[in-house]
Every structure is written in structure tokens, then in C-alpha cells.
Design a protein around this ligand. Structure first.
Ligand code: PMV
Length: 359
């Protein structure tokens, strides 16, 4: 089992220059991570579906420099310099330097873009930090070819986590667990692990993301996680996440979609309940979020089609359903839900398997 100290790179060479390119997807949590301890350690374990279409693509050009007193990088977003993203990257480099002490030896050009529309209300921090972490691991592999594949991916997830917690679930695998859980072998607070005992009912599971509100997030996730400190229901919530993960693990393996739906919807509403009961308190759902949820419940009741919803820390709705009911559900979305989306916009996605090397 890899421990924190194992991720400190100690022996490596240097290279003059190199170029890497990776894509990494977004993910949607089924059991939610909300609340953290120091150093991006989650207060409870979580599990997510990896997405396929909503991705960040990042190219990293690396050139050896003569002095190594500070981090040096240019940042391009969709081909144009993006100064306001730089502090986040600077902070990320500072956090991971202990584990990648070679970073200051190089100048980086980071060229990044998303496949989903900018300001769609879809968080790009998970896919963005995962794609950057993959590129940094490619550099580490170039200067230390001896590292194993297992180490490569585990450390990529470990680094991504230091950028944005949920990013550690965007590295490898269709379903990923992050956080220690007694019933999940190899699970760790330090990085995400693939959960592979998945029944065929969940194969190609669909996620249609209804863009209810594309505005800036009202509460940053950093502020949100902090509100779980001294939250009156925090301890019970953290215990519940362990219980829900135990249950969903069994349901994913047995293919029980009906029971799966109950956990997933309860988790989404619990996440929002935590926000509504913190101090200060927030309502991140919009009236249309509730309209959509009620329509989904009515449709499911009337048709027995196993479609459900989940939510992130925002107003957009992720509609989850098995592939074999895709046609019916897309028709339902067209007929009854599109009217609640901002400019009628939604994104069709499904389970994917993680980051991919493009170069
Ligand atoms: O990774 P962060 O710090 O942006 O937190 C994400 C938290 C949720 O998306 C609300 C839940 C989750 O588990 O992804």
C-alpha cells in the first residue's frame, strides 16, 4: 500500500526539453465528498462515475532552464494567455513541489482547453487538475523511466488531489473510490482507486447534464468544504457517507438499479441539505432544478423507467440512466426538461474510463 512518503521523487535525471499531451475527464460523484481535513484529506470517502465527453485537454511543453529558484510557466487557455488561472497553478505547484522537487528546474508552457463550453456551470477543476497531473507524471516518467504503471497512476491521482480533491477521481477507471473505507480493499485518503466489480446494468451508464444555471458558482468548493467544520450534522453525515458507500458498492456489483437510485438521489439532496444547514447557509438549487427533479420523479413513477438525478454543488442536474432506456429518456428530456435549461442547453455524456495520453 503506497504511503505519502512513497510519492516523494528522490532519484531522477534531467532532460533538455519534452512535450506531452493528456486529456482527462470530469466525474460525477454518487456518494459525495463534502468536508475535508488538512492537506486535502477527505472527511469521508466518495465514489464517482468517470465521464467520457466532458474533458480537459492539456499540452505541456517543458524546457530545462539555467536557474531553479522559482516556478516558471506560461498558461494558455484555448490558445490565449490566461493570467487569472495562474495563481491556481502557482498554488498547485507549491503544494506538489515536495513530491516533485524537479519542477523548478524547468520552464513550462501549459496549453489547455475544455471540450465543454466555458462557464457552463460544469466545474473544470477536476478534469483540469487531472490533465495537468498526468502531464507532470509524464515528465517524471521521462526523467525516471523506472517507475511502474501502478505508481504512475496512483501518484497522478495523489497530485491531482492536491490541486482539487475530486480531481483524484478523474485519472483511471470507470468507477472510482477515494477515501478510506473498511470494505474497499486498497482504498485510500491519498488517491483514488478503481472500483471494478461493476454489473453490466451499469455498463455505458448515461449522464445527461442539464444546464440550469451557467453562472459563476455562488460558493467556491473551498468555502463549502470549510463550512463542514463545526457543522451541527457533520459527524452524522460523514458516518452516513460510509454507510451509503457500503450499500452502493453492493448495488453496483449486483446490478440493482432501483436501490442504486435511492442512494444516489438521497446523496444529492443530502449534499444540498448540508449547504442549507451550514452557517452561513446557501441554496444552490434554482427553481428549475426543483421543477426538473419533480418531472423526473413523475416520469419514473408513470413509466417505471429507472432514471434518476444527482447534483453537484450547483443548480445543474445530472440525469443518470441505463443505456438501454436511452431513447426514451432523451425523448423525455426533449419533451419535458429542455424548457428548464438555460438557452435549452444540455450535454450528453456517459461513463468513460479516465485520462488518455494524446502525445
Ligand atoms: O473537488 P472539489 O474540492 O471541487 O469538491 C467537489 C465536491 C462535490 O463536487 C460537490 C462532490 C464530489 O464528491 O465531487
Amino acid at each position: 500500500m503506497l504511503a505519502e512518503k512513497d510519492f516523494i521523487a528522490t532519484s531522477y535525471n534531467t532532460i533538455d526539453s519534452a512535450s506531452f499531451e493528456w486529456s482527462a475527464p470530469s466525474n460525477i460523484a454518487l456518494v459525495k465528498y463534502w468536508g475535508k481535513k488538512e492537506n486535502q484529506i477527505p472527511a469521508n470517502p466518495s465514489i464517482s462515475f468517470t465521464l467520457n465527453n466532458c474533458k480537459t485537454i492539456t499540452k505541456l511543453d517543458v524546457v530545462k532552464k539555467s536557474e531553479n529558484s522559482s516556478f516558471s510557466f506560461d498558461l494558455l487557455f484555448e490558445g490565449k494567455p490566461k493570467e487569472d488561472f495562474k495563481p491556481k497553478i502557482q498554488k498547485f505547484f507549491e503544494r506538489i513541489e515536495k513530491y516533485c522537487p524537479f519542477l523548478k528546474e524547468y520552464h513550462f508552457k501549459i496549453d489547455t482547453q475544455n471540450t465543454f463550453p466555458h462557464s457552463s456551470g460544469i466545474a473544470s477543476s477536476a478534469s483540469g487538475m487531472a490533465a495537468l497531473a498526468m502531464n507532470i507524471m509524464s515528465l517524471e516518467k521521462a526523467i525516471n523511466p523506472a517507475i511502474s504503471d501502478d505508481y504512475f497512476y496512483s501518484k497522478a491521482s495523489f497530485l491531482a488531489r492536491l490541486g482539487s480533491g475530486s480531481a483524484c477521481r478523474s485519472i483511471k477507471g470507470e468507477v472510482v473510490v477515494w477515501g478510506n473505507h473498511v470494505q474497499i480493499n486498497g482504498s485510500s485518503d491519498l488517491f483514488g482507486v478503481e472500483f471494478s466489480e461493476i454489473h453490466s446494468n451499469f455498463k455505458n451508464y448515461q449522464d445527461t447534464i442539464l444546464l440550469v444555471d451557467k453562472g459563476e458558482k455562488q460558493v467556491s468548493s473551498t468555502v463549502g468544504h470549510d463550512l463542514m467544520h463545526n457543522h451541527p450534522y457533520a459527524e452524522r453525515r460523514f458516518a452516513q457517507a460510509h454507510e451509503n458507500l457500503s450499500q452502493i458498492k453492493t448495488l453496483l456489483s449486483s446490478g440493482n438499479v432501483e436501490e442504486f437510485i435511492k442512494i444516489v438521489e438521497s446523496e444529492a439532496l443530502t449534499l444540498h441539505a448540508m449547504m442549507m444547514t451550514s452557517m452561513p447557509y446557501f441554496i444552490l438549487m434554482k427553481p428549475n432544478t426543483l421543477e426538473i427533479i419533480n418531472k423526473i420523479w413523475k416520469f419514473r413513477d408513470e413509466t417505471q423507467i429507472p432514471v434518476c438525478f444527482t447534483l453537484d454543488a450547483g443548480a445543474n442536474v445530472h440525469v443518470l440512466y441505463p443505456e438501454n432506456v436511452k431513447e426514451n429518456v432523451l425523448q423525455f428530456i426533449q419533451d419535458e426538461l429542455v424548457g428548464y435549461c438555460q438557452n435549452g442547453q444540455y450535454i450528453c455524456d456517459q461513463i468513460g474510463n479516465g485520462a488518455n495520453q494524446l502525445k
